[in-house]
Each structure stands twice: as structure tokens, then as C-alpha cells.
Design a protein around this ligand. Sequence first.
Ligand SMILES: [Zn+2]
Ligand SMILES: [Zn+2]
Length: 344
Amino acid sequence: MGVFDSVGTLLADIANIISDGQRILSLSDKRHWGQDEREQERALNSVLDEARKDFQELGPLVNGNGRSQYEHDRRHESMEELRAILGKFQALNERLKDWSRSGGPIDPTWVRETYTIKRELHRAQCRAAMRVFTSAREASQRCLGAFIVQRKQRAPLRDAKAGIKPDETTLERYYKEELIACKAVGTFQRFGDQDIAFVCDFCDGHLVWEDLERMPTVRSSTRAVPPSSLSSPVSLLPNTSNWQASGVTNCGQHQKQVIFAPVAIANHIIPTHGDWEAKLLCPLCEEIGEQPQDEDDDEDPYRPDEEFDDVKSLQEHLEWQHGTATLPIGLPTTTTAENNCLVM
Ligand SMILES: [Zn+2]
Ligand SMILES: [Zn+2]
């Protein structure tokens, strides 16, 4: 630990400490092991697995020009967070050492503690990667978490460009992977009595859906909109017809249309210092903004740089500025709505 610390060296230190912990456990007399000792061993293994996986996945996302920027990054906040986690694993090891010397059953609360530090480590890696990501892209404040989901949404288009015609299985895979990406980026939780919030692991930003019983997990439509559709029949990148999902209100059990969660997640921006709620960009305006514009058109309702304060104001904007009226309730949507509903 010292002035030459970087994300890479601190993660290596953390991995070594965890391996030490695993060694202490493995050298203890396993004949006296019970459920708690085995749980502790599993917990340590899972920390190491996740830390390695995060490192391998996050690095390539933020590295530019073939340099391992993530590994060599030494931003002060990232160093502080990783050092604090290292300290917690060191303290845990000390207790494991005492336990191995004195014998007896292991303290079962250590397992829970290990999982808590595991979660902190995951979030520290997400935030460290995001700091590298945003400093390289000053023009856009889209969160790295949003970027990860958006990448999944590009899959159908990417495949279509490569001449791949998706079959039913491939389509199912697109939908599933989009949701998996969201869950890898943050967590859904009940928020207040009636709302559901998504909390991003990368930026801590909250996205709030008001008055919603469960978060719908399918879109009302996945239709691609010509002419940009190429040969892909579906689009997960938002267009005028596919940003909605059908949900049920918490109070009164009325059906209502909401922004499909991955659409909002893929377009959130990092909250400015002190804010808890993440603002959002309109993906449809953004797409229009990328096309050549008529210079004197002051009346243009599309504002690619406009930020929306919350999910509700983005939804109002989509409904008013991008044409499609809310889809009629009861439209034959992707089937089995019952099973597909859940706080994800
Ligand atoms: Zn975020
Ligand atoms: Zn817009």
C-alpha cells in the first residue's frame, strides 16, 4: 500500500488477502466443520470470482487506444474506496486467524459481513470504471451503466448489419440479455409505498417509476420502425413505438403505460453532485440530433441536449413530442403478461 497504488495493484492486494483467508480456512481441521464454515468458504470464493469477473469486464469497456487505463488508474476517490475495502478484508482475516488458533465454531455473522464487503467491492469497481469512462468522454454524461445496457440494445441492429436473420430463440435471447444487463448495472427496489426505483451501481442515481405495482419485463411492442430497420424485424433501441410497457398502478390496479425500464436505464445521466435522482436524455431526440439538421429551423421541437429531471418528465416528452399516442390498453402484447411481471 502506498503512493504507487493503482486500481490494478489494490485489486491484486485484495485478491491476495482473500486467498490468505481461503488458506486459513483450508488449513483448519475440516472434520470439525459445520454449515457455517462451509458458508464462509463459499462466501470468500464468490468474492474472488466476482472481483475477477468485474475486473475482466469493466476494463475493456473503458480502456481506450489499447491502454489498460482502468488497471493503471489512480484517481484519489477510487484509491480511497479500494483501500477501505482492503482494510475490511484484512480485519476479517485477523479474526479468521484467531478462530483457527483458538478452534471452536466460526462466527456465523462473518458470512453476512463477507457478502456486504463483496457488494462494496463490486460497487467500488463500478464507480472506479465509471470515473475513467466519464473523464474520457466529457461531451456525454451518460452513465457507464447506461452505456452497458445500450450496448445490449444495439445487438439486433448489429446482427442485422452482419446479415444475421434472427430466429425466435435469438429474439428471446435479445430480450433476456437486455434485462440481465439492467440487473448487472443496478437493482430494482420498492420506493416509498407505491413507487419502484432503480438504483444504479455505477453512479448511485435513482430512477423512479411512480405508482407502479410491479415492473413490467416486456415491451408493449418491439417492432423496428422503417426505414432504419434494415432487415431487423425488431428494435430494442427506442423508436416511437417500442419505448413503452404495460404496467399496473399500485393504487387502484389500473393498467397504465410506462417507459420500459431498460429504455430509461440506457439513457440516464450521472447525477450532479449532491443529487440522488438521475436525469435522463431522450434517445429519440438524440438520434434525430445525429442526423443533418436544417440550420434555420428554430421551431424544431427535438432537443438532443435536453435533460429530463425524472422518468415521468421523459415519458411526458415522449408522449407529446414523438407522436405515438399511448397504446390502447389490452393490445395483444407479448404474451403471458402475468408471469412476466415482477419487481425485477
Ligand atoms: Zn448510473
Ligand atoms: Zn425527444
